[in-house]
Design a protein around this ligand. Structure first.
Ligand code: ADP
Length: 526
């Protein structure tokens, strides 16, 4: 007996499919027992919601040949597969599938670092390679290259780039640093993109386009193929780097922080994904909410003021890094410091490090290319079974837009009983605004409010012309429906492509709101 199965298969057919899968990858690489499937449940889903995204099984191929055979079985049974690399897409669903009963295609056994080229500064990796793995590999081989870790270092380098995740060095835009892919289509056909289509291709990880149309971005946040290798540019280790922190005292200083950072970023004086974080996010890294306040509802302003003064932080805290030759770093810093010093009350600290030196206690490792897991400290903020779900709108890089997004979100969060735990990360012309709703999963009221709140935050943003760049499984259809120019022409095009490249609808039905013909009736079903 299996407890969950794909909606279109009888128990008998499902068991037969599982036994065929086992004959390809080995019985020890097919999981269907409920306790083995716990790893594939969304770790942060409010309990009732977790049911909607339950997997029926997981299959772990060891090679592209295995994947081809798995696909053959999936096509024969119309078995929905949900590919993940390491499945640590926490706050957006973890390894859990959008369509209940899908089989997770877990690629973590495919974890080779195929190549690292130090001269041309790139790596080619398989899905199971984590930031920790790649970092360790570079150190072990004494290569003068940095990785750009995502907030949590245990995730997949390939999976994060496909989700358009970001980090904090000058290579923080992971989708932009990606170059060349190997992809298996639902038919079992293996495609190499760009220069990789030349059999002995020498420039696969160097020139993105190749000849003719380019497709790499088409496989990001989509369900058009299974990515089996991905090229990524790595940052040459800088001879020196500088970390700076600017504390700004007042709530409305967010506007000045953004308007000061933008010209520095656009002129490339600052090239990293600098961060502007709110006081509560900073405080959650070093304390728990109960240390400050035990009452109901959001933290009162007086408590936030107390946090700011007792921890000696800003109401907004800018963290940035500069990389390069020491004299160039110093010259750049003089320009940046001058700009921030114009903001009344700004407190500025900076320290220059030599190459290879670990920054202050390692806590700032992400900006120095050192993966870490400190991001998870936030889970203890609220106490209980800490979890979070993220509202992640893209914000135009102006102080006015940032203040508008912040004020609207903060008021809504308060209405639902949550603190504004958020911050902005600097792209070139946009900011990633990440607002985490932190809740205790054992508290049904909190979990329900957290889930309802996400749609409200997204609707508020949409009515001002903003959209999210990424969202939880539960809100993928909702997010896709907000990108509705010309009556949803974009989604219609995505689904036309989906039906052409995956006519049996076996790959990740519902991912990013894209449903294959066979499963379209499931849209909106959560
Ligand atoms: P991470 O562990 O880095 O957070 P995941 O493995 O959870 O990354 O991948 C994030 C999402 O990206 C998955 O939910 C899936 O939709 C997609 N994805 C991941 N790996 C692949 C892949 N190899 N091919 C196609 N899609 C993938």
């Amino acid at each position: 007996m299996t407890s969950v199965r794909p909606p279109n298969l009888s128990e008998t057919r499902f068991l037969r499919a599982l036994s065929e899968l086992a004959s390809v990858v080995g019985a020890s690489n097919v999981y269907s027992a409920p306790d083995r499937l716990l790893d594939y449940a969304d770790p942060f889903a409010p309990q009732p919601m977790a049911e909607h995204f339950a997997a029926s099984a997981a299959v772990l191929p060891g090679s592209t040949d295995d994947i081809r055979e798995v696909l053959k079985i999936a096509r024969a049974y119309r078995l929905p597969l949900w590919p993940v690399s390491t499945g640590r897409n926490f706050a957006y669903g973890g390894a859990a599938p959008r369509l209940r009963g899908s089989v997770v295609l877990d690629l973590k056994r495919m974890n080779r670092i195929v190549e690292v080229n130090e001269t041309l500064a790139y790596a080619l990796v398989e899905p199971g390679v984590t930031y920790f793995d790649l970092y360790a590999h570079l150190r072990r081989h004494r290569m003068k290259l940095w990785v750009d870790p995502a907030a949590a270092g245990w995730g997949s380098v390939l999976g994060n780039a496909l989700e358009r995740g970001f980090g904090y060095t000058a290579y923080g835009d992971h989708a932009a640093s990606q170059c060349g892919m190997e992809v298996m289509l639902a038919s079992g056909e293996l495609v190499r993109t760009g220069m990789g289509a030349i059999e002995i291709g020498r420039a696969w990880q160097l020139y993105k386009a190749g000849f003719g149309p380019s497709y790499d971005a088409m496989f990001m946040q989509s369900n058009f193929g299974i990515v089996t290798k991905l090229g990524l540019w790595l940052m040459p280790e800088p001879p020196a780097y500088l970390m700076a922190h600017v504390k700004l005292p007042r709530e409305h200083d967010l506007e000045a922080a953004v308007d000061t950072l933008r010209p520095l970023r656009l002129s490339e004086i600052i090239r990293n994904h600098a961060v502007i974080e709110g006081a509560i996010r900073h405080a959650a890294g070093v304390s728990a909410r109960a240390d400050w306040y035990e009452g109901a509802g959001p933290l009162p302003e007086s408590v936030v003021d107390e946090i700011v003064s007792r921890l000696g932080i800003g109401r907004w805290n800018v963290h940035l890094a500069l990389y390069g030759e020491p004299d160039i770093v110093d010259a750049r810093w003089r320009a940046a410091e001058r700009a921030f010093a114009r903001v009344p009350g700004a407190q500025i600290e900076a320290r220059r490090y030599a190459a290879g030196e670990v920054p202050n206690g390692g806590g700032e490792g992400n900006m120095a290319g050192i993966p870490a897991m400190s991001a998870f400290r936030m889970l203890d903020w609220r106490g209980g079974a800490g979890a979070h779900v993220d509202f992640s709108p893209i914000c135009p890089f102006t102080g006015g837009d940032a203040m508008r997004q912040y004020s609207v979100a903060k008021a809504r969060l308060a209405e639902y009983g949550f603190d504004y735990y958020g911050g902005f990360t600097a792209g070139e012309r946009y900011l990633h605004h990440i607002v985490a709703t932190i809740f205790d999963r054992d508290d049904p009221k909190q979990t329900e409010a957290a889930a309802d709140l996400q749609r409200v935050l997204m609707s508020d943003a949409r009515s001002e012309g903003y959209g999210v760049y990424r969202t939880h499984l539960a809100t993928m259809d909702f997010a896709a429906s907000q990108y509705d120019f010309n009556d949803g022409a974009l989604l219609r095009m995505s689904e036309t492509i989906k039906d052409a490249v995956d006519p049996d609808g076996i790959l990740a039905p519902g991912k990013s709101g894209i449903w294959p013909r066979a499963w379209r009736a499931k849209r909106g079903d959560v």
